[in-house]
Design a protein around this ligand. Structure first.
Ligand SMILES: [Cu+2]
Length: 501
């Protein structure tokens, strides 16, 4: 069952066709002569290739992390980062890292209004951090590169949960090594509940009809170790041809109810997924990064770049067997960049297997949440943010440099442009709205709360952002590309929340 992650590109390079595309592209195509393949409509290699996937493993559901209330009424979670190993493929042990286990971590479940305390012990032999992606909290609790936890140390951030129900996640953020730490297995879900969302008739029984799916692509060397390979013509970061869902290769899920909610998390370091179902059935998109949409959006596809989340509800018939698939993507990059960024790949991720008799569940309601219309006139200033593969606004990340000082609670418009190749932008500490992309109002998939957004190359995506109320005069929040090679190489900046007038 050996596979290589670069079969496609190797095949493509063999087909050698010079490309002369005089675009200001990150690819150094002109002059060196680039290689391009026609006729490869998605790569049909690897264990997740359509027609190859066998769906033999039951889908692992991440356990809910245990918690208790301390004397101050805080919900306390104990987490430990440690090294271990995992048998992804029969008979092959792969060294991994995990949280409270060998690989990946438990799901932290918390409710709006909770005060939480997390005691994170680092049992690894190198320093790491833990970032609560999408959580609105004080900068010193955020798990950024400034909150490094040395081996053997315990870090104990605490905050009050005050944001709508949403699918968030956690992962390390050490400067220059985020890709390595996430890829080796440090990641898990955070589910935020609120009293309003709890009254909605959408599937919500964890592990039964409410299923978290953490999706990552990996590659192995001949000894079964995880490797990251990035050929020079790939501008996004290492891509693997083996897709893991909750750490399992092509799992299946036995479906017992006639509607199922999937919480999709792209926890890959560089790959974008365009999720859909193998029979092309429609589903309801009900939530994006920061929470529920105002109303469900009926669609066949939802594309997520690294760090983004979406919740979908799928109607299932008795006896159904349908695969969750990643279809060719719309990266809106030039042909070569699209190809070498995995944009034409198709993968089977997992299979839904419905029982012959299904318990009924109510239809998805027409209204989900109240989301105010964005009011751009609230913005006190507009900032331009140009994201390249190693810089933001021409400057590489410097832990000692603050890139923006923003008064607590103020609203700004950020005009964000990703240069030449696929990028995205994640802003810590906030939920934001997408005003427009290249001047056009966003579709329903970008109309709700977001904290990470894909950037169509070389066009302006305008964001409306209300910044945190919590003032931390010395500790900045990060904003960065979540294609992690770019982040590690310097495509990250820092903003400081300062007192208002
Ligand atoms: Cu980037």
């Amino acid at each position: 069952m050996r596979e290589r992650d670069d079969d496609c590109e190797t095949a493509m390079v063999r087909s050698r066709l010079a490309l002369h595309k005089p675009r200001a592209s990150g690819l150094i195509l002109a002059g060196t002569g680039a290689f391009l393949a026609f006729g490869l409509s998605g790569c049909a290699t690897g264990p997740n290739a359509p027609g190859h996937a066998e769906f033999r493993t039951p889908l692992p559901i991440p356990p809910l992390a245990e918690s208790h209330l301390d004397v101050k009424g805080r919900r306390v979670f104990d987490l430990e980062t440690r090294s271990g190993s995992r048998e992804f493929r029969p008979g092959v042990r792969t060294p991994t890292w995990g949280i409270n286990g060998n690989h990946l971590g438990p799901t932290l479940r918390m409710t709006r209004g909770d005060r939480v305390l997390i005691r994170l012990r680092n049992a690894l032999t190198e320093a790491t951090t833990m970032h609560w992606h999408g959580m609105e909290l004080p900068a010193e609790m955020d798990g950024s590169p400034h909150q490094l936890v040395e081996p053997g140390e315990v870090w104990s951030p605490t905050w009050s949960v005050d944001q709508p129900a949403a699918t968030l996640w956690y992962h390390p953020h050490p400067h220059g090594a985020t890709e390595h730490h996430l890829y080796t297995g440090l990641a898990g879900f955070i589910l935020v509940d609120d009293s309003q969302a709890e009254t909605l008739s959408i599937p919500s029984t964890y592990g039964v009809d409410d299923i978290p799916l953490l999706v990552q692509d990996v590659a192995f060397d001949d000894n079964g170790a995880l490797v990251r390979r990035k050929p020079w013509y790939n501008q996004v970061g290492p891509l693997g041809r083996t897709i893991l869902v909750n750490g399992a290769l092509t799992p299946f899920l036995e479906v017992t109810r006639d509607r199922i909610r999937l919480r999709l998390l792209n926890a890959s370091i560089a790959r974008v997924y365009n999720f859909g179902l193998s029979d092309d059935r429609e589903f309801d998109l009900v939530a994006t990064d920061g929470g529920l949409l105002a109303e469900p959006h009926r669609t066949r596809r939802i594309q997520l770049s690294p760090g983004e989340r979406a919740e979908i509800v799928i109607a299932v018939q008795p006896g159904d067997r349908v695969a969750l698939r990643s279809f060719p993507q719309e990266l809106r990059s030039d042909f070569a960049n699209n190809r070498f960024s995995g944009g034409r790949d198709t993968f089977e991720l997992m299979e839904l297997r419905a029982r012959d008799v299904l318990e009924p569940s109510p239809p998805v309601p027409n209204r989900l949440a109240s989301i105010p219309d964005p009011e751009p006139e609230e913005a006190e200033r507009t900032r331009h943010v140009r994201v390249s593969s190693r810089t933001i606004n021409g400057r590489a990340m410097d832990m000692a440099r603050v890139d923006a000082r923003i008064a607590a609670g103020t609203v700004e418009i950020w005009e964000v442009e990703g240069i030449a190749v696929p990028h995205n932008l994640h802003i810590h500490g906030v939920r934001f709205r997408v005003l427009d992309v290249d001047g056009v109002a966003p579709g329903p998939e970008l109309a709700g709360w977001k904290d990470t957004v894909y950037l169509d190359p070389d066009v302006v995506t305008r964001l409306l952002i209300r910044f945190p109320h919590h003032v931390s005069p010395d500790v900045p929040y990060m904003f960065h590309c979540h294609f992690l090679r770019h982040e590690d190489d310097g495509a990250m900046g820092q903003y400081l929340v300062v007192p208002g007038e």
